[in-house]
Design a protein around this ligand. Structure first.
Ligand code: GDP
Ligand code: MG
Length: 305
């Protein structure tokens, strides 16, 4: 290469799919090294399509973490499936994540059916996760219960929590990328996604403190996200709940619960953004929001406008 030649740059989109709770967000966080996707011991914390962007000297990988594919139970469920499907068709590589510690579920089978339905499918990597839970002699046995569901996949064994096999997986992803531009520069990434990430972190803090009480009927809407010169960010958000009784629980006695959620969320957002955050939370009853198309749009679950 002569001195005035530009090195070749590679870029592309990697769609991450899999049943709820298999470790999609954990893997993305492991690769990206920061808290981009909310991780939770409960399924379905990640409800929106999220981007995670890895920029290296000669490549940029844009990870799209889809909400888990599952059998729709209400309108939001239906919508999430469409969302997941649309991003599959656009991918340069698909990571199909499964949990090696359990046998394939109906949801895993549904994922495989979606993959099988794609015309001109991009390369599919079957990522066998949570191998830290298994003796090595069982890896192949577990893989052989998943691979027949989509035999064209290339197999990787990883532990997303421990990082085992993640470097090799990333290497193969990089080798599968087409030549392409740097789609996003670092500043843009921060501005575009912090707001969304903040909403997810607030929701995650809610799930953490509320335990079983107000499970999936909790949505977070960011009302304001303003930079304050030199002193960090000001964020105002509304927590939408489905029932009047839930509102009381979320606020708690003397506002204690809301305060706790706010303080956990603020710490996490500060970690994510690396600067001070002023966080103001409100609670509002939005009856049956999960079945309302209008509410689904308003809370940011729609495809890009
Ligand atoms: P998602 O719903 O697919 O995004 O799953 P999450 O990333 O939120 O992970 C769900 C749960 O599985 C969390 O409690 C994780 O800590 C756990 N988990 C994820 N990856 C691993 C792994 O490699 N090993 C083990 N033992 N647990 C994992
Ligand atoms: Mg997730």
């Amino acid at each position: 290469m002569t001195s005035n030649e530009q090195p070749i740059f590679y870029s592309g989109f990697v769609t991450v799919i899999g049943s709820p709770n298999v470790g999609k967000s954990t893997l993305m966080n492991q690769i990206l090294g920061q808290k981009v996707a909310a991780v939770s011991p409960r399924p379905q914390t990640t409800r929106r399509k999220q981007l995670g962007i890895l920029t290296l000297d000669q490549a940029q990988v844009i990870f799209v973490d889809t909400p888990g594919i599952h059998q729709p139970k209400h309108k939001l469920g239906e919508f999430m499936n469409q969302e997941a499907l649309a991003t599959l068709a656009d991918a340069d590589v698909i990571l199909w994540i499964v949990d090696s510690s359990i046998r394939p579920t109906d949801e895993d089978k549904l994922c495989a059916r979606y993959l099988g339905a794609l015309k001109n499918a991009p390369p599919v990597f079957l990522v066998i996760n949570k191998i830290d839970k298994l003796p090595e002699s069982e890896y192949q046995i577990r893989a052989s219960s998943y691979l027949p569901l989509y035999p064209n996949a290339k197999i990787f064994y990883i532990s997303a929590t421990q990082g085992t096999g993640v470097e090799e997986l990333l290497q193969s992803i990089l080798e599968s990328l087409p030549i392409g531009p740097k789609y996003y520069d670092e500043d843009q990434i921060t501005n575009l996604y912090e707001r969304e990430i903040a909403a997810d972190l607030i929701r995650e803090a809610g799930l953490l403190h509320l335990k079983e009480e107000v499970p999936h009927g909790l949505a977070v809407e960011i009302e304001e996200y303003k930079e304050r010169e030199d002193s960090g960010a000001y964020i105002a958000a509304t927590l939408h709940v489905e029932k009047e009784s839930h509102k009381g629980i979320v606020i708690g006695k003397g506002g204690q619960m809301l305060k706790m959620i706010g303080s956990t969320a603020r710490e996490e957002i500060e970690k994510m953004s690396g600067r001070k955050v002023y966080l103001e939370l409100h609670v509002k009853v939005s009856k049956n929001w999960r079945d309302s198309q209008e509410a689904i749009r308003r809370f940011g679950y729609s495809r890009e406008e």
